[in-house]
Design a protein. Sequence first.
Lengths: 235, 295
Amino acid sequence: MSDRAMLEIRDLEAWYGESHVLHGVSLDIHPGEVVTLLGRNGAGKTSTLRSMMGLVGRRSGSIRFEGRETIGLRSDLIARTGIAYCPEERGIFASLDVTENLMLPPVIAPGGLGLDEIYTLFPNLKERARSPGTKLSGGEQQMLAIARILRTGARLLLLDEPSEGLAPVIVQQIGAMIRAIKQRGFTVLLVEQNFRFAQTVADRHYVMEHGRIVDMVANQDLTASLDRLHEYLGV
Amino acid sequence: MIENLLFELEMAAPQVILGLVNGAFYALLSLGLAIIFGMLNVINFAHGAQFMMGAFVAWMLLAWAGIPYWGALVLAPLLVGVFGMAVERTMIARLYKLDHLYGLLLTFGLALIIEGVFRNGFGSSGLPYAPPPEFGALDLDFDFLFLPGYRVWVVIASAAMCLLTWLVIEKTKIGAYLRAATERPELVQAFGINVPRMMTLTYGAGVALAAFAGVLAAPIYSVNPAMGANFIITVFAVVVIGGMGSIMGSVVTGFALGLIEGMTRVIYPEASATVVFVIMAIVLLTRPAGLFGRG
């Protein structure tokens, strides 16, 4: 973990139309970390990711990525600073085949994974190259959604609930994959509801409630803090 | 018996050919509408006016600048396409967050204004635009039928342009962006693609297709401000039958309905003006999403 934060969010507020969804979120992510946002449904986890990508109606506060303020940028320009987003619904395009889906996000910087590396990590994607994207299984779609943002050279990956709705064996594969991309130097901000899964991949956990960060737990302290977390997450 | 059949054929062939030529225009126009609707979610009611502008620009290029047909076939779509992009940037882009109806009303108003301006400037009687003489070589002269070469060219050019457009959309990277942005514009933009600029270019391309059809039409129909309005109602019916936003659907349906119209003119001429709308009603009742539409 280096001293300077790669991403610094300060007092982030966001609105969808009239509804005020984030009430002053502040957090830091350091290069090479895997950090999770934990919290119940509606706590503001997805809204935090979407605000970072410029996908909410209105936002205020500060989001500095590698020293650069991005709060006023359009979402395509935010992406080009080196942040890539994998939405909760995965966003696989039905009218594109697997290869087209994989190749869709433009390369924005050198240093992304090559196709060979991607096919080594995700062998299924090569076998299904010509299938329409949405004909893949849920797990394969999730793999594809993550694989396509590894190619682009983005250094910070925002993953919204990659484990959601998947069989335990697939969740394990996704966990292994997140550890593999961490080893390659990617930084990951992961939204999760399943903290048992989060525990297997993350360095630190932020807990959100009502559009705010209410706690931060280092992964090694997670077991000791279980009671506190149970209360936050209501599990 | 055989003589009878030949006679029938002699009567039918010109109508079928005419139907095919009309189908060529239906296909090009509904293709442009489908691309625009797919990407922008705007029902472009100005499409007929933009078709007419293509024909007028071809006429102006010839009359005022001495640029012949072939130059116009390239230049007019470019010029009218640029006009379309300016319209998209300054007006249509403001309506994306609103209901479809607003885009339709805006473009309908635009169509009326454009047609009014041209009627003021050029009258409504129509201007002649001679087909380039080189098409004489394409004339097909059967015993029972004389087919002007220019009409053969229109069918070929339209089919080729439709095929080219389809290839670009289905087989290229730009086409993949277009298809993806049609499904989830927000996500495509979050990948780093300038979607607003894509929308402007898409509208320009759809308008350029209309203008291309307009140049093709100039030597067949007299160049007049109402030429687009006459076509566009049928073209909207074609789009509804094919399925809103379906690329393949609009091309196939365009040619097919032109043919059906032509054949109706042989079998039961009284119905030829309404057959397309009868089919539209049947399709709407049985497959509301259109023959090629999804969902």
